[in-house]
Design a protein around this ligand. Structure first.
Ligand code: SF4
Length: 258
């Protein structure tokens, strides 16, 4: 999907949220490419593959769900998604369920109905987000605070504005949104943690983002995840085209310097 809002200063992820929602949301239904996969994260989780994102990270492992939302996946109701996730979670004895490979906060109606179903169960839902929508709308975190079986993982793309622009081509101003999201979530007592993509960062910029996060809440560093990319062939091809070279990558569960 081409980004119509693209300018020299970068596209606006909030405008891209609206155009993407028109494609991947129909009433309370959202597009998914797969309803339940068993993943090794968090010691074992069952995850659905969503379609549609409001960023275009050059290192993203998810290809068609982000870049070709029109021709990828099918629409499902929250009930269909929950049933598929819970059936597989029972089979694998997992307590954690989630959706990944795209942006988790698109389509509030769908998300809130899904979280209502999770709240009536023993599962915990990990909401994976890049923080754009929750940072842009303070009401969002307030609305999420009514769900008890929820944890929000806010993923920050790069350790500063320049890295973020280089990695996503989004406007530098929007880099502040995941920090605002964390602030809004903490203020509303929603369980959350931060994660930063540091494959392209040096020690100084990592220290810088840690200081920035610490100003939101000192305890936030305890659960901070520093993430490195996995060099899938499509990722390697995209990075080469963009002339981007990571300092670290994840390989067979280990972080290696390249
Ligand atoms: S926010 Fe996540 S899903 Fe979206 S493009 Fe970036 S890495 Fe991919």
């Amino acid at each position: 999907m081409e980004i119509k809002q693209k300018t020299k200063k970068g596209y606006d992820p909030i405008a891209l949220t609206e155009t993407t929602e028109k494609i991947v949301i129909q009433g309370n239904r959202r597009k998914y490419a797969n309803l339940a996969r068993h993943l090794r994260f968090y010691g074992g989780t069952i995850s659905a593959t969503e379609v549609g994102c409001n960023l275009r990270c050059k290192f993203c492992f998810s290809d068609a769900p982000v870049r070709k939302p029109k021709i990828t996946g099918r629409f499902y109701t929250p009930g269909q998604v929950f049933n598929a996730l819970s059936r597989k979670a029972d089979k694998h004895n997992c307590k954690l369920i989630s959706a990944s490979a795209a942006e988790g906060t698109l389509g509030k109606e769908h998300l809130f109905e899904l979280l209502d179903l999770v709240d009536q169960s023993d599962y915990v839902y990990i909401l994976e987000t890049n923080g754009m929508t929750i940072g842009n709308d303070p009401e969002f975190a307030k609305e999420l605070s009514r769900f008890k079986n929820l944890h929000v993982r806010v993923s920050i793309k790069g350790a500063n504005e320049d890295e973020y622009f280089m990695l996503t081509s989004a406007s530098k101003e929007s880099y502040q949104l995941p920090f605002k999201a964390l602030n809004n979530l903490i203020k509303n007592k929603v369980s959350c943690n931060a994660c930063v993509m540091v494959s392209f960062s040096d020690q100084n910029s990592i220290k810088g983002v840690q200081n920035r996060l610490e100003q939101i809440a000192p305890g936030i560093l305890k659960s901070l995840e520093l993430e490195s990319i996995t060099m899938f062939p499509k990722v390697a091809k995209r990075l080469k085209k963009a002339n981007l070279k990571p300092n670290t990558i994840q390989y067979r569960g280990k972080i290696i310097t390249v």
